[in-house]
Write a protein that binds this ligand. Structure first.
Ligand code: ASP
Ligand code: MG
Length: 426
């Protein structure tokens, strides 16, 4: 692929496009940091638009009145457009006649909502909730005077609504043939989070999936790097909204980052790392508020001891099973328990066994837990607690354990060489 080594992918999330001032800042970051490179820019929905669209969709699906919500959403996008592009008086036109205008997209959204049927909830969710990214990219592309592309024609997925699985060979073929010539004409802006099926329907890739989109595109184009622009200084050892005195990792390996995402760190969508690791594409996490600061480089590297990472998962339940006759927990028992957990779609975050009992910590869902109890009640005595929190300290030391556990009553704890985990009340 020609010129691939000067191609950079940028991803801007909801906070970086939350209003007109934020979009002006984005334009500055792109102009200053992206100068001299071919740029592919992936953008999420503005601010909390995806949540608003979920609410609108639920109302519409239930046959309830959603008009005030839609008016709010429309006014918000038009207002931002008017502020950024006053000459277009609240509409935003495309760069070429093939690109839809803001008004056309808003009309398409209204049409979708008006024609919802009572069919497959998840399928229809995707057809509606995807508009957050379509609207945001329309405004951002015009503010940047960049080309707008519809990512539903670029990323091909199956019909797994709300968690579309990428058809990699088709996606790579489409992207590697259509994008390079367009990129020579200037930057491209496209949507995160959304893809399309072979039959032309819209899919979404899972909440917070825009990071993954940037990784898919970078993989297919063999980009030089991906940069995720965030409102924090880089990849931190803890969420600053929850923990004090966070530190930034200047560099960290793909492997460590995948593990942190697995334990529940919400920094980067968990699916993002694999395609980048496969093609050895470095991922930078940088602050859009301080774009010249170093940030974090995630790549294939060896590092010394990392500062302990603190990860909290809320809304957990702890379920323990005892065999009714006080017999030991056996492989046969475990097979039954695991089967029922899979059936109930309860995801195990931690497990532990003793002679006569077996315990798991999982994301709580009343409906799923009920299903599990129903399946196993006859064979096991089952106790459970809800409203719990699961803490993970990765690369722990004595001080970090002390810091987190001293004021808490631990219901269960476990340690491996690198990881200390415990469950406590929320
Ligand atoms: N807008 C989508 C969401 O809020 C995708 C993303 O932000 O990455 O989940
Ligand atoms: Mg987001």
């Amino acid at each position: 692929m020609q010129n691939s080594h000067s191609l950079k992918a940028y991803k801007f999330g909801g906070a970086s496009v939350k209003d007109a001032a934020a979009i002006r800042n984005l334009v500055r970051v792109v102009q200053e940091q992206g100068a001299g490179s071919s740029l592919l820019i992936v953008v999420s929905a503005m601010g909390k638009t995806t949540n608003a669209l979920e609410e609108i969709f639920q109302l519409a699906y239930a046959g309830q009145d959603y008009t005030t919500h839609v008016t709010q959403l429309t006014d918000f996008h038009r207002g931002v457009a008017r502020e950024l592009l006053p000459e277009q008086t609240g509409n935003v036109l495309g760069h070429t006649p093939n690109e839809p205008s803001l008004n056309q997209l808003l009309e398409q959204l209204s049409d979708r909502l008006a024609t919802l049927t009572s069919g497959d909830f998840d399928k229809q969710y995707d057809q509606v909730v995807s508009f957050g990214e379509l609207l945001a990219t329309r405004i951002v592309a015009s503010a940047l005077k960049a080309q707008w592309l519809d990512c539903r024609h670029l990323i091909r997925t199956d019909h797994a609504w709300r968690e579309g699985r990428v058809d990699w060979p088709t996606t790579e073929r489409i992207i590697a043939t259509t994008l390079p010539p367009l990129l020579t004409q200037g930057p491209i802006v496209t949507q995160g989070f959304i893809g399309g099926t072979a039959s032309g329907l819209t899919t979404t890739l899972g909440r917070e999936g825009s990071d993954y989109t940037a990784a898919i595109l970078a993989y297919c184009l063999q980009a030089e790097s991906v940069t995720i622009w965030k409102d924090v200084a880089g990849l931190l050892n803890a969420d600053p909204k929850i923990f004090q005195n966070t530190v930034r990792y200047p560099e960290i390996s793909y492997q460590e980052t995948i593990e942190m995402a697995y334990y529940g760190a919400s920094v980067i969508h968990p699916k993002t790392i694999k395609p980048l690791a496969v093609r050895q594409i470095p991922l930078y996490v940088k602050s859009f508020l301080d774009p010249t600061a170093e940030g974090t480089k995630i790549h294939d590297c060896q590092h010394g001891l990392l500062a302990p990472a603190f990860i909290r998962k809320v809304n957990q339940c702890l379920v323990s099973f005892e065999s009714r006759d006080f017999a030991f927990i056996s492989e046969e028992n475990l097979e039954v328990i695991f089967g029922a957990l899979a059936q109930a779609r309860l995801k195990i975050n931690l497990m532990q066994n003793s002679a006569i009992s077996f315990s798991i910590c999982a994301d709580f869902s009343e409906h799923r837990l009920e299903k599990l109890l129903e399946a196993l009640r006859d064979q096991f005595t089952i106790h459970y607690n809800t409203g719990l929190e699961l803490y993970t300290i990765k690369n722990y030391d004595a001080a970090s354990i002390q810091q987190l556990t001293s004021s808490r009553e631990l219901l269960l704890e476990q340690r491996t060489r690198q990881t200390f985990q415990f469950v406590c009340r929320g």
